[in-house]
Write a protein that binds this ligand. Structure first.
Ligand code: NAG
Ligand code: NAG
Ligand code: NAG
Ligand code: NAG
Length: 929
């Protein structure tokens, strides 16, 4: 064991948190060896006519493994390094191409054959292959890995040798140009994407430092190939030398690209030709910069190109430090992907719509979980609630102020000396008693559980004894600094590590039903590590360097925690709730996430919206930003505006830094307190609608906070709008105020009729194009509309928690469009157990048409075990469309019965109301106005 000296910046961050993010801790592309080299190569190869990569045609093989149904096209790409006067150096790079059976997609990989001569010089504990297992973490274990049949043919066209490969139904055609590795992909006979069009393919093959000079291409630089001169990562041993991979993708005929979170930046990705590239590298970035391409906590390496009638996804299945350059051109968009190591493993997805990309991506990487109903309620968090009395006091103060909430949270200080799996003895002497008290009102508690374990206590001892800590470059347990001081890190990539973790979680939770987990700091964050994270030459299970697996580490930790909680099923038959900070593609299967350590100022409120939207379109919708900013003290106006936005985040949590003033909503002065309470109450009223959006997401991966272009792809005007959005398929449309003293907002509307959510006033947008309209937003009011054509379901009665709404009846809010039509789905289950997987749920389809409301039950089990209230106690129909004909009675037909119900007009004459129509959501019926 050795002692790490804490660098000066460690103290600066800890003591003066108000300074904002310290940029110099993170590399720029120019300071990153491999990023610098690929940009250098890009600049030079564009000028030169040299081509170093080609496909060896004699190596082509159509490989078919009957028993696994694997149909794979294989060939060798040859990298040729010209040598004057002597034989050229040839490097063999195995290439595979295949099509998944269940998707309109194509996958290709490029690996390297490494010579024994060089790998023998490396220590035995190192795995010397290129890491090729990222897909195992990213893909859903239930995904059908079968490949579909493919066909190929060779042809000569001009001087190029071209091989044409089709998928089974020939919706995809790939032309492989062998003379200079190039792929053209046609989707429905239209050229859609070209790979290596810019000739940026460059695979840095294994070589020794001594022979490096003969291994370089003329267009290459040797910057930092065998050593790192960046201030904080000079110790990196870079044992493999240069081993990065780079490749370009050109989206033909596209004008917009999205995705590749997480960045505090716009939804539509920006051109980077004159700026830093977007970096994908999970790091702890306290008070990260906004409007920036700097890396943050999570990575989903999916880029989506979208047009009104087609869409493409590029999924770069690599977990190493990655940079992406984007260049918008006249008739296409090129993107340049650069990763520090690993193989090239790419899945391309094709669809007519952007929704089709999200759907296929979540078929591949897993659908977002269906969370506990309570988990989509309001979460009250703070660093820290100090002791049991504090927790129970917050709990009762919320009730006194009539503010509903479901989850209360304990940050790091609940544990004894920050040793997770323990409780601080005096402050939390009787945690089970406290948990029981919370449970009585249906409330849940979350505690923080980080992957770093303080040295010299039972949990870390157990990890070391079992050899499941991450090792240092000499293969001994790595010791770094984090919250508890000196700590080790669990290696959750190790199956035994997961087992040890599972044992620790199980003992700690000890069958308590309402205890949940929060995996923070799992990038991992290491205070004395380079770029605030783990040294890249640490060693994981399997002999892999941390460099290869960095971006999946967080996923491995939270998935392990989730599986532990889920395995307690027999003792607590409920879905676990788990929050993670670090993430990767696939994290949506088991966790919620938040946008990390933001600040209580307007910039962070503004940027939270595109950040949340981006995650929503790449299959990870269960996300939110800390309301009303983690650090700092929000002024009352900002508080209100942040809650007005925050009630729409799929994950809705208030959180505050230890140095900020207490700001539980019952502490606010009037009228702020009432405004905020009414907002939280609104969130609760809409839980049935939101939960239905989560269900849709669980079925199809669809966004919950949904960008304008996603809902209305036909309007070009919406592709760069990222400050207003829809909620699922509900028709709810909002644009939060994100700047001070803004009593109006300008919103963009597609043609149709829109109802003000609060007043049910309406207006009509005529014509065929998007119109901008100014909406009044005094402090107490935000701009929330329902687009005509939708039916919302609510539970209007105030209750202290979501569980307590179980026996309340539903309200239907029917907002007809200009044709007098509206439709909406409602999903209902017990909100707690996994029984929905056994068909224990109800889906109703409400339609309003020709002055008739119908309910068609799409799904209902023979016997529903859930005994919640299924009745509808109120129907509201705004009449502004002029299409609603009504009298003072309506006829209900259900089974063979016919009854008459009263219809009344609201006091403000804007809607008709049917009270107690004796209808239920789980039977078919008709109500004729
Ligand atoms: C990963 O690489 C190893 C070593 O080259 C190889 O044996 C294995 O088949 C590869 N796995 C996949 C899925 O490509
Ligand atoms: C459902 O709600 C209605 C209306 O509030 C109420 O009359 C009825 O008793 C409730 N039913 C159940 C089973 O809770
Ligand atoms: C619900 O009903 C509408 C017609 O009112 C129909 O278009 C839609 O497909 C139905 N949805 C489902 C999921 O069955
Ligand atoms: C409907 O209205 C009539 C006349 O006002 C009244 O007598 C009756 O009680 C009402 N029915 C219900 C179910 O409220």
């Amino acid at each position: 064991m050795h002692i790490h000296l804490l660098p000066l910046w460690f103290f600066i961050i800890q003591i003066i948190p108000v300074l904002g993010f310290t940029d110099y801790l993170l590399k720029t592309c120019a300071q990153s060896g491999f990023c610098n080299r690929h940009r250098f190569y890009e600049a030079n190869i564009k000028e030169s006519k040299n081509r170093y990569y080609s496909v060896d045609k004699s190596s082509i093989e159509y490989y078919k493994e009957e028993n696994t149904h694997k149909y794979v096209f294989k060939a060798s790409i040859i990298k040729t390094i010209p040598r004057p006067d002597v034989n050229d150096i040839k490097v063999e790079l195995p290439f595979t191409l295949s099509f998944f059976e269940d998707l309109t997609s194509l996958r290709f990989t490029i690996d390297e054959i490494r010579t024994n001569r060089l790998t023998e010089l490396l220590p035995d504990f190192l795995n010397t292959y290129r890491y090729n297992e990222t897909w195992k973490w990213a893909f859903d274990s239930e995904f059908n890995l079968y490949n579909s049949e493919l066909t190929y043919k060779e042809s000569n066209w001009l001087s190029n040798d071209i091989i044409t490969i089709f998928n089974e139904d020939e919706s995809l055609k790939v032309e492989l140009y062998t003379n200079s590795f190039l792929l053209k992909v046609y989707y429905d006979n239209k050229l859609s994407i070209v790979i290596n069009e810019e000739q940026l393919l460059n695979i840095e093959h294994l070589r020794s430092k001594e022979e490096n000079f003969q291994q370089l291409l003329p267009e290459e630089s040797s910057f930092n190939m065998f050593g790192d001169n960046f201030e904080y990562s000079k110790a990196d041993s870079l044992r493999f030398g240069p081993e990065s991979v780079g490749l370009d993708f050109s989206f033909i005929g596209y004008k917009n690209v999205f995705g590749i979170p997480e960045h505090a930046d716009s939804l539509r990705l920006k051109d980077t030709s004159k700026t830093e590239p977007y970096r994908l590298f999970n790091v702890d970035v306290f008070e990260y910069n906004v409007d920036s391409k700097m890396p943050t906590y999570g990575t989903i390496p999916l880029m989506i190109a979208a047009n009104p009638t087609s869409s493409i996804g590029v999924f770069w299945v690599n977990a190493a430090d990655t940079w992406v350059d984007i260049n918008y051109k006249e008739d296409k968009i090129s993107s340049h992907w650069i990763s520090e190591n690993g193989i090239v493993d790419v899945v391309l997805l094709f669809s007519k719509s952007v929704a089709g990309i999200t759907e296929q991506f979540t078929t591949l990487t897993g659908k977002p979980q269906l969370p506990l109903l309570s988990a989509i309620g309001y979460h009250q968090c703070r660093w820290n609630y100090n002791d049991e009395a504090d927790v129970l006091n917050v709990d009762s103060e919320m009730d006194k102020a009539h503010i509903p909430y479901d989850f209360i949270w304990l940050d790091i200080e609940y544990a004894d000396s920050r040793q997770y799996f323990t409780w601080k003895p005096n402050s939390f002497a009787t945690p089970k008693k406290m948990l029981k008290k919370l449970e009585n009102l249906g409330r849940q508690l979350v505690v923080l559980l980080d992957p770093h374990l303080k040295v010299d206590y039972f949990a870390s001892d157990k990890c070391i004894e079992n050899g499941v800590a991450i090792n240092d470059k000499n293969n001994k347990p790595y010791i770094g600094h984090c919250w508890p001081g000196k700590a080790i890190w669990i290696d959750a990539l190790n199956p035994l590590g997961k087992k040890i973790w599972d044992g620790l979680v199980t003992v700690f939770v000890d069958k308590v039903k309402n205890l949940h987990m929060w995996n923070d700091m799992n990038e991992p964050s290491i205070f004395d590590g380079p770029e605030t994270t783990a040294p890249k030459d640490l060693i994981h299970f399997g002999g892999w360097e941390h460099r290869s697996v960095h971006n999946i580490y967080g996923l491995s930790v939270h998935e392990s925690t989730y599986e532990s909680l889920k395995s307690l099923k027999s003792d607590r038959d409920q879905r676990p709730f788990l929050l993670t900070r670090a993430y990767y593609a696939g994290s949506q299967r088991s966790a919620a996430v938040w946008t990390g350590d933001n600040v209580a100022n307007w910039d962070y409120l503004r940027i939270s919206i595109p950040m949340v939207l981006t995650n929503n379109i790449v299959g990870f919708p269960f996300i939110g930003a800390d309301v009303a900013g983690f650090s700092g003290n929000p002024e009352p106006e900002l508080l209100v505006r942040w809650y007005q936005a925050g009630i729409w985040y799929p994950f809705f949590r208030a959180h505050a830094h230890i140095d900020s003033k207490r700001r539980e909503p019952y502490l606010f002065d009037e009228p702020i307190k009432s405004i905020v309470r009414d907002l939280i109450v609104l969130r609760y009223a809409l839980l049935p609608t939101l939960y239905t959006s989560f269900y849709n997401s669980y079925i199809s991966g669809s966004p919950i906070m949904k960008p304008m272009f996603y809902e209305k792809p036909e309007f070009e005007e919406f592709y760069d709008v990222d400050d207003q959005f829809y909620i699922g398929d509900s028709g709810l449309l909002t644009k939060p105020v994100v700047a001070p003293e803004q009593t109006t907002v300008d919103m963009k509307f597609a043609p149709g009729i829109y109802y003000d959510y609060f007043t049910l006033d309406h207006f009509v947008i005529k014509g065929n194009s998007v119109i901008e309209k100014t909406i009044e937003t005094p402090l107490e009011k935000s701009a929330v509309f329902i687009e005509g054509g939708h039916i919302l379901t609510r539970k209007d009665r105030y209750r202290r928690s979501s569980q307590l709404t179980k026996y309340d009846a539903y309200t239907l809010l029917i907002s007809p469009n200009l044709n007098g039509f509206a439709n909406g789905i409602l999903y209902v289950d017990d909100g707690i157990s996994f029984e929905y997987q056994n068909g224990q749920y109800v889906v109703s389809n409400f339609t309003f048409q020709d002055n008739k409301i119908t309910n068609k039950v799409i799904h209902s089990p023979d016997e529903l075990a859930y005994d919640g209230n299924m009745s509808i106690s109120k129907i509201i129909i705004p009449i502004g469309s002029g299409k609603v004909k009504y009298s003072n009675v309506a006829t209900v037909k259900m089974n063979s019965n016919k009854i008459v119900v009263n219809v009344s007009i609201s006091d403000d004459k804007k809607s008709i109301i049917i009270n107690n129509p004796s209808l239920s959501i789980d039977t078919d019926w008709e109500l004729i106005l």
